[in-house]
Design a protein around this ligand. Structure first.
Ligand code: ADP
Length: 266
């Protein structure tokens, strides 16, 4: 497949029928950015919104595994990439994984090629009309998030962090990155915020608590909510199931529902 980025006209056409484009960012890997992006997209699809989920992590695409579609191969030609269609057509997902013939192939590309493929994903995927496009960006403030922002022109960013200072120190750079790019911030989500023991009900602040909320306040950015540490996230995603669909009650479910509600309201 030739990796020609989408031309400007084509990009305009694709983007013009997408109502809200939200990019999920984080300055640090492993804080739960993809978990949040997947659960947010599925939560919106379950609510009845036509939703797209674009995994732009070219080196560690975890969205397909989390959705249970890691073996899906895109069809169509290079200017019409067919996304995986899930949840009665309400969710369309695209990832580099859908172009790899072998499940465990790695992607070794330099910057310009990565920019082309990201723009091709955004402009050439057959998204159709969408209420929301959720873009899971690679972590950090380097080439790939820059390509995502320049190409998809998101309406706003959602920044995910864990509460401890080692994470917020890096994630704060994502907020600065958005400000420098003139990208409005929908808000900060504090993930892995405390663990409630399923046996005694006592809460333990494994990665501390409150760091994400404090960071949001310090930066004058809206705070969208906390999501606790819950083994259910790991168990479900390893089986290709989403937490938001398969867990219907409990504090973590209420937390995710409240975060989604906050995003829809904004
Ligand atoms: P990132 O996209 O930031 O690199 P991931 O979404 O891949 O992070 O999450 C990293 C790991 O942490 C995964 O194994 C995921 O299942 C787990 N995880 C994410 N959020 C939570 C949570 N709230 N509770 C427990 N495990 C979580």
């Amino acid at each position: 497949m030739a990796h020609q980025g989408a031309d400007e006209k084509r990009l305009e056409e694709t983007l013009s029928v997408i109502k809200h484009k939200l990019v999920v960012l984080s300055g640090k890997g492993g804080v739960g950015k993809s978990t949040v992006a997947v659960n947010l997209a599925v939560g919106l699809a379950i609510k009845g919104f036509n939703t797209g989920l674009l995994d732009t992590d070219l080196h560690g695409p975890s969205v397909p595994k989390m959705l249970g579609v890691e073996k899906f191969l895109t069809s169509g030609d290079e200017t019409h990439l067919e996304p995986a269609v899930l949840y009665d057509g309400k969710l369309k997902a695209m990832s580099i994984q859908f172009m790899l013939q072998n499940l465990h192939d790695s992607v070794i590309w330099r910057g310009p090629l990565k920019h082309s493929i990201i723009s091709q994903f955004i402009g050439h995927t057959v998204w159709g009309k969408l209420d929301y496009l959720i873009i899971d960006s690679p972590p950090g403030t380097g080439d790939e998030p820059l390509s995502v922002i320049q190409t998809a022109r998101p309406d706003a960013a959602i920044v995910v962090t864990t509460p401890q200072e080692v994470a917020t120190f890096d994630v704060r750079k994502s907020i600065d990155f958005c400000e420098k790019m003139n990208l409005p911030l929908a808000g900060v989500i504090e993930n892995m915020s405390g663990f409630i023991c399923p046996h005694c009900g006592e809460e333990t602040a494994i990665f501390s608590t409150g760091g994400g909320r404090r960071m949001a306040q310090d930066c004058g950015v809206p705070f969208l909510g906390t999501i606790p540490i819950d083994p259910g996230f790991v168990l479900n995603s390893d089986q290709g199931k989403t937490f938001v669909e398969h867990v219907t009650e409990g504090k973590s479910m209420e937390a995710i529902a409240s975060v989604i509600e906050n995003i829809v309201k904004r």
